[in-house]
Structure formats: C-alpha cells, structure tokens
Ligand binder design. Structure first.
Ligand SMILES: [Fe+2]
Length: 373
C-alpha cells in the first residue's frame, strides 16, 4: 500500500547570534511596522527603530489577543507599511501575522470566514521566548471574551517569510517563564511525534527537539540555570523544531487538557502543559506502551542513563527537581470544575483529542483532573 508523506516548512529560519548584526540585516525603514512588547522595546529597540511605526502589544491590554486588541493594533498600525516585524513572545508574533493581512471588518470575521484571508505584507518574526514555535507555524490564537473561548485560525497565508533566532533576547529571561517555554516546546515535539499525521521528516525534527531539551534539563539539574546560558540557541532551535513539528502533525491531548487551565485559571500555557503532561503520558503508556511512544523512550533512554520503560518517570523526576509541579487547587481549581473542564476539552478541543496517540474517554479526562486537583 502506498504511504502518503507530506511535510511543509516554508519559513526561512536564520540564526543570528549577534543583536547588532541582526539589526543591520533587518535594515529598518519607514515602511516597516514593528510589533513588540514594552520590555523588549525598552531593552533592545528604543533608539533603533525610531523611523518605523511601532505598536507595543502590552499597551493594548493584558492577557491573550482578543478581537479588541487586534482591532486596536490595526488602527494604530495605519496602512503605510509593507513589512511587519514581530519581536516578542507568542501573542506578539500572532498579532504580527494578523497585521500582514488585508484588514477585515470586523476582525472576528477572520476567524469565522476564513476565505477572507489575504496576506498583503511581508512578515518577519523574531521570538524572544523559546517555546511557542509561532515563528514557524501558520496558526494564530484569538480569545473571544464573550464566549470565554479561544479560537485558532490556521492558513498558509499566516506563515512568516522569515524568522530569526537570536539567543541574546532570552539571555536574561527569568527561570520560571523559561522553564514553562521549554515545557511547551517539549510538548509540541512530543505530541507531534505521536500524531497520526507525523511523517519521517517531522518525527526526526521532533526527536531532535526532545533530545536537546532533555539535555538542557539534565544540565540545569546538575549545575543550575546558569549552565544553559551558553546553550540558549539550542533551546531556541528546539522551540522552532517543535513548532515545525506541530505545524505539520498537530498537537493532541496534553494541549487539549491544558486549555481549560489557561482560559479558566489563567495558568501560563507552558506550565499548564507541564501540569497535565505526566498523567496523559501515563495513560498513553497504559493503553499503548509499545507504539511510537516507545520510540521516544528508546531515543531518550541513553541520555538519561535508564531503560526505555523508566524514561518518562525519570524525566518527570528531573523536571520536578527543577520546578516542582503544583496542584491545580493551588491555582484556585475547585472540585465542581472537573466536569466543566472535561466538557470544555471534549467540546472545544475535540480536534486535538482526536489527533491523539490513543483516544481518551470523558471518564479518563475527568480522572486526570481529579488526580491533579
Ligand atoms: Fe503550545
């Protein structure tokens, strides 16, 4: 039987270790629109991008992108720009992708009527956190406040033309968000590897990403977070690799179960993945221990100096020694939310659940929340 293999990585990714060199290459001009965040602007861009129009994402409102923040950004951006340069975390990069499109009225219609999507400007994305992988994906998340729901837009028009990885941007990142980003990147690689849509291309990239991140956790556990300061580029690379993985094969149950934790409890996306990952992995191992998950275990076992059967417990112990996992009750989750969260997963994240390594029932999902609360 012929096997169909599809793999897509259209974004040109360039590593630029030196910030000054990066800015020289970008050749900022009056026709550029910069989307960034206050911290990045003050620390790196002030005085450098004075000729460009600049939109500071945090000044439009806190939290995830909403239709209102996107409307405000379009308004501030005006129309006299040919290139959008996003420099920041996931929400900044997502916003930059939207601002390359022909302006829809209202913005929400973009997410409801995807046929309207038309990219009219070029797009350069420069992540300043290493986990989202947004710089290499065709996805944009939008939070719909009225519904308490996040919608995902995906379209090839949302791919950037170019992404730059510059480790100087994450050099002084506090450990907690850095660790959360690493968990997000690992989860992208892990879920994409196990996806029914995975190909030999995406699997190879995802396996490499998981190995890089496992090595980084080992280094941090041994010598502290300063041990990875010279290795930040590898962590950025792992983030982009995970992004290429899920742009091709998609995420699954860990992202689905972490969703209510972020939209209802306000937990950082990467940390929310970390909180639910171990229970999902244990269920996967119980239901199908010898499928693709065994390949991952086999590839990571030598790094961890253990047998494949003990890989995921070893990784969990390692991560817990670096960043102990809190119970969901510490974030304010109540027993009566278990069913609500389970329902959110099954109704709003059903595409992710159906892309899983094995299928999870409502009872199994509720049981995971019960164990974690
Ligand atoms: Fe993610």
């Amino acid at each position: 039987m012929a096997v169909s293999i599809a793999f897509h990585a259209p974004v040109k990714v360039q590593v630029q270790k030196d910030l000054k060199e990066l800015f020289l290459q970008l050749k900022f001009s009056r026709r550029d629109l910069i989307i960034t965040e206050e911290r990045v602007y003050q620390n790196y861009l002030k005085g450098i991008v004075d000729d460009c129009r600049v939109v500071i994402r945090d000044l439009l409102g806190r939290g995830p992108n909403t239709a209102d923040t996107v409307e405000m950004a379009f308004k501030e951006a005006g129309s006299s720009y040919d290139r959008v340069i996003g420099i920041g975390g996931g929400a900044v990069l997502d916003l930059a992708k939207l601002l390359t499109l022909e302006r829809p009225v209202p913005v929400k219609s973009l997410f409801e009527m995807r046929e309207n999507i038309r990219k009219t400007r070029s797009c350069v994305l420069i992540p300043t956190t290493p986990g989202t992988g947004s710089e290499v994906t065709p996805y944009v998340a939008l939070y719909i406040s009225e519904l308490g729901q996040q919608l995902i837009l995906f379209d090839d028009e949302l791919y950037a033309d170019k992404a730059y990885l510059c480790p100087e941007f994450i050099k002084n990142m506090p450990f907690s968000p850095l660790a959360a980003s690493m968990h997000d990147a690992f989860t992208h690689a892990f879920e994409s590897y196990l996806s029914p849509l995975a190909s030999p291309f995406s699997k190879t990239i995802c396996k490499e990403a998981m190995q890089i991140l496992t090595k980084a956790w080992l280094e941090i556990a041994k010598d502290g977070v300063s041990a990875i300061q010279d290795n930040l580029l590898n962590i950025q690379l792992a983030g982009s690799m995970g992004g290429i993985g899920y742009a091709n094969a998609g995420c699954a149950a860990i992202h689905a179960l972490s969703y209510p934790l972020s939209v209802r409890l306000g937990i950082h996306h990467g940390e929310a993945n970390y909180l639910v990952a171990k229970e999902v992995v244990d269920l996967y191992l119980k239901k199908n221990p010898l499928g693709a998950i065994f390949d991952i275990a086999t590839s990571l076992a030598p790094l961890l100096n253990t047998s494949p059967e003990h890989v995921f417990d070893t990784i969990d112990n390692l991560c817990q020694s670096i960043l102990p996992r809190k119970r969901l009750s510490a974030f304010g989750m109540k027993e009566n939310q278990i069913l609500e969260f389970t329902d959110l997963v099954l109704t709003r994240q059903n595409l992710l659940i159906s892309n899983g390594y094995v299928q999870l029932s409502a009872g199994e999902i509720a049981n995971i929340y019960s164990k974690l609360i």
